[in-house]
Design a protein around this ligand. Structure first.
Ligand code: DC
Length: 230
């Protein structure tokens, strides 16, 4: 069964939004779109084209090239996951690295970048059947989404989960660096002028600090069943 409507999942960095989204997408045969990957891909584009130094973006340069940035997703049949393609190149691995994480907030606060990506996200969502995660999905991208979740967890718990993940991948980074980056990104995300991270009035809050993935899935399943029954 696939759902005729879109699901918006917003929340803080590293709170497990993508784990939830993947589980919902897989169960209901929906398309999963990770909008953070799009902001990360634009950030990588800036880094590779010398448009960013000391966390400052050369805005004129970026704007002169912004129409040349193409982002799409391909489904990897082996991993059953969607991967990010930037101008024809698979960048799925590199955009998850710490360097991109360290620069993404400054790129994500540029109005023209947000406009471009939101237009793309709304185009993808036009036919429904999409579960999309990010920071402004319930407030700006799909304000009419039937189900909106706002996910969070304690910052130290989120940093520990992210640190374990990076460690497993062999990235040389300390827990303190991860916590600092996460706190800084929370701060950027919640205080930026354009489309800050806020809980939509009609979003359901999930704090998963002490919630297992299994219990979280059951909770979300109940919410979806409830909507379908209406
Ligand atoms: O979800 P993530 O951590 O991969 O997102 C990377 C960055 O992109 C994050 O610091 C905030 C930004 N972002 C955003 O501003 N709006 C979105 N819809 C998604 C992500």
């Amino acid at each position: 069964m696939s759902l005729p409507f879109n699901i918006a999942i917003d929340g803080h960095s590293s709170c497990g939004k993508s784990t939830i989204s993947k589980a919902v997408a897989s169960k209901y045969s929906m398309r999963y779109i990770d909008t953070g990957a799009m902001y990360r891909a634009v950030t990588l584009f800036c880094m590779e084209n010398n448009m960013i130094s000391n966390k400052e973006v050369k805005l004129n340069l970026l704007l002169s090239e912004i129409d040349n940035i193409t982002i799409n997703f391909v489904f990897n049949a082996e991993t059953k996951l969607s991967e990010t393609i930037l101008n024809g190149k698979n960048v799925e691995q590199i955009i998850r690295g710490f360097k991109v994480s360290d620069n993404v907030s400054v790129v994500a606060q540029i109005q023209q970048v947000r406009e471009k990506l939101i237009t793309l996200q709304q185009e993808i969502g036009r036919q429904g059947n999409v579960v999309m995660d990010g920071r402004d999905i319930g407030t700006k991208v799909f304000p009419d989404a039937k189900l909106k979740l706002f996910v969070t967890a304690d910052a130290v718990i989120r940093a520990q989960r992210r640190y374990d993940e990076l460690n497993k991948k062999g990235e040389k980074v300390t827990f303190e660096q991860v916590l600092d980056n996460l706190t800084l990104r929370d701060d950027h995300d919640t205080t930026r002028k354009i489309n800050p991270l806020i809980q939509a009035d009609d979003a359901i809050l999930i704090n998963n600090s002490n919630l297992s993935i299994e219990k979280q899935n059951i909770l979300i399943d109940d919410l979806i069943t409830n909507i379908l029954g209406k």
